[in-house]
Design a protein around this ligand. Sequence first.
Ligand code: HEM
Length: 508
Amino acid sequence: KKFQQIDSNLSQLVRGPRSRSWIFGNILDRRVLLEYEDDGGAYTIKGCLGEKRLMITDPAAMKYIYQHFEQFERPPFEKFGESVVAGPENYNIFTARDSLRIKNLMNPAFKPAALRGYVPHFRTVAEKLTQKWEDLCMHRYPEKIQIDIHKIIHEATLEAAKRAVLGDRSAPISDMEVAFSKNCYNILSKLTGKPTKGALMTERIFGSIFPQFLLPVLLYIPSERMRTLRRHNFLMRSFVNEIRAAIVKEWNVEEVGQECILDVMKHTGDETQHDLLEILTWQVPILLVAGQDTVGNSITWALYEFAKNPEWQEQVRNEIIQAQAGKSGEDSEPALLDQLQYLNAHIKEVLRLYPGAPTIDRIALEDVVLPLASPVQSGDGTKSISQIPIKRGDRIMVDLAAYNRRHSIWGDDADTFKPSRWLDGSDPGKSTGIGPYANLATFSGGPRICIGWRFAILQMQVFLTGCLSKLQLRIPTGVEVHPVKSFTIYPATQEKEESLPLEIALLN
Ligand code: HEM
């Protein structure tokens, strides 16, 4: 099917910021866009070469998009990118209906009962990381270090996810596997973050002006991004072949060692062994890629907010240490972690303000009428409208990050990091509640909900308890950090993108 944008009159229907240029619209103008974010649940922005996008933060419209998944699909350009990054058989790029069969195979591996089995993997990696930092501190006087944690946390997150997905097979099989893992660092941000004007034009031209069969030509463009993409594609395919060979060898062997996602999935469904093997091995890259930038940045922001708020950090640490006292049974760990109310309030607030995947991108496959919970102003500002007619081919971005900061939902202090909002029994966000966790939009919703949301929270809980129970965190003097929104939300300092320098000290 062709999804070229039909002459849509979206911007007359719903208002949006003026653009200074027809060529780039207002897509590069973050300041202007931010002003609109809390100004009602729908507004239009202009992309390159006259493209229009409808930005949505209205809960009724979001729920409609989630539930009517057959009327909205990921745009072809995005699916093409995902197929190069995670393989042509990864279920993420199938339509919601076609992906159901694979999802049914994968779901049991993401249920709470199965997740308990992955805790030892998370703990092993978290302990290795904190031990390394403790050792570094020991050798310094006065027992503290300054370190940029961004890359280190991302590597640890990938390592933990690899162990949870592959179990004992996760030990590097070859140089190729090591190269694949290295290349995964921030791969999605590398490809989508801070796009140049040329990259924006290319996306527009190949994404909706040229016919779709030309998309693969993109890979031959001699740009840094395309080189990264080609290299990643080569490493990813070699990695999948190695995994397949490793699984074939021990398919019928009764599992020994620690539980992992692949072993849980092996026992689901009634596919033939050959089909199952093919399906499962092709899901490995998407699980690693989808969970790396997202969880990596969420843990990084959680450590940042602890470092910024030393008293709160101390309060959470005391809670952790008290809960751990006298409990050594590993079996009780997930239940124990869920009881840590301060820690979980911190995690909720991090997921609210720094959602790992801040926007989701859709294209309308047919003409539909999108309902709104609250009316918005029409394009000419003369009327208020409570539903938006959408034409086939219209591009819609659900802005999860903006939803999580809407003052009308979260209160006037929605932009402030305030974990106490989760502790006063008021159940914030409940009035419009969407999403599987804490009424947050962070993990999306409906049939295309993030399959890894419980996995992500558990991984955060294990890493943060491990780190806080051993170490103290501070923001180094003179360091200023700000969030940058791209595929994910990452920290940057004046000197460096994707960077979070922290001062780490041993506990007294
Ligand atoms: C804090 C961490 C995470 C956040 C914020 C997050 C967020 C999201 C969001 C918003 C979507 C919907 C994307 C869309 O519809 O376009 C999604 C989908 C997905 N996520 Fe996550 N995710 C996280 C962690 C994980 C982890 C750890 C895994 C796997 C181990 C994972 C696997 C996936 C997959 C496979 C999909 C595609 C689902 C589908 O297409 O049906 N995610 N995630």
